[in-house]
Design a protein around this ligand. Sequence first.
Ligand code: FAD
Ligand code: DHB
Length: 380
Amino acid sequence: MGAGPAGLLLGRLLHLAGIDSVIVEHRSRDYVQKRVRAGLLEQGTVELLREAGVAHRLDQLAAVHTGFELRFAEESVRIPFADLSGRSVWMYGQAEVVKDLIAAREGVAELHFDARDVVVDEAGGERPVLRYSLDGERVELRCDIVVGCDGYHGVTRSRMPGLRTYEHAYPFAWLGILVEAPPIAKELIYACHERGFSLYSMRSPTVSRLYLQVDPTDTLDQWPDDRVWAELHTRLGTDLGYGLNEGPILERGITSMRSFVAEPMSRGNVFLAGDAAHIVPPTAAKGLNLAVSDVRVLAEALADWFTTGDRKALDGYSERCLRRVWRAEEFSDWMTGLLHRFPDERNMQFRFREARLRYLAGSEAAMSSFSENYVGSAVA
Ligand code: FAD
Ligand code: DHB
């Protein structure tokens, strides 16, 4: 269920293992390929995409990053996370990952866009049923396994009774813009300002990606271009002498921020992977990377089961994933708290944040601990 990164990569890995699958997506191909979201891929994610034979374009186009810049209180510090953790990250848009995976599947295995009224029935049974309409025709698929890779708003989770959920909504959102302008720096800039958080990122030598912390009730019409740029200049500290390349805004959107986990990530022969099972606030760039690590575990477990009939790895799927999920949830929440301004916070909180940032920037122990979490190699 779902042709996001989780569903498409799982389909690819199953295909390579000789296991048939059908991917059912309710949006159009165009919509799925144009959705601008993540941009930072951990090394483990890139390695799996390579193993899956879908990293040719990534290896040509993605920039490898070994550090980022942290700006706060008129200071700027570089966090050399690769030196400290031994691992790098790659900047490559999620939409490109999705395009590469769709191209690899086309003409090779079933992938249906624009499916209507998609439902999972008999989720507790041995052979769950997937029902949907395609071009006005009703389809019924009796499956060995159904995997809900249908994102946070998907329907699979609601068909799995008795899941325990944990949820927290943050009192702010992110306004993200994609800009036709060369990036001003080679590395990302995370900036903590008394007016709120901002992030400078990039997609290519000619396209920049920027984010601003905004109020969760704000709408796009409250953020005309002039206001967006003025706020970015202030928060990224252009008055400190840093430049900022403005350019036409190609795309914009406001994303609410939440933490969410559903446990366990399976019921019988129905499984959840990626955002369908867990959401993190985007600050630490963990969402897509977690989805990919779920899929790695699930594809291996399914290959085991289909080839040997042994269910041990399948039955251990949820527990194995959740350890990593909770590590990433905690780190994402912590990094969000470190960099964002909370409404109605005591004035002391702002100074606490500066003290934490100074400690992070000045202590090799703190920076090393941060780095192994940021690159996704911390022991869970
Ligand atoms: P999705 O990408 O949500 O895919 C689910 C698919 O299922 C969709 O195509 C949807 O249309 C389909 N679907 C839903 N319901 C149904 C249904 N009923 N029937 C059929 N299909 C259905 N993560 C990172 O790792 N790094 C980053 O830098 C990063 N930055 C981000 C920045 C922003 C602004 C945002 C919003 C997210 C960011 N993320 C990041 C998170 C990342 O985008 C998600 O975690 C990732 O998309 C999860 O992939 P997924 O396949 O699990 O879910
Ligand atoms: C991007 C998003 C993030 O949340 C992050 O921490 C780094 C980069 C991005 O979309 O480029």
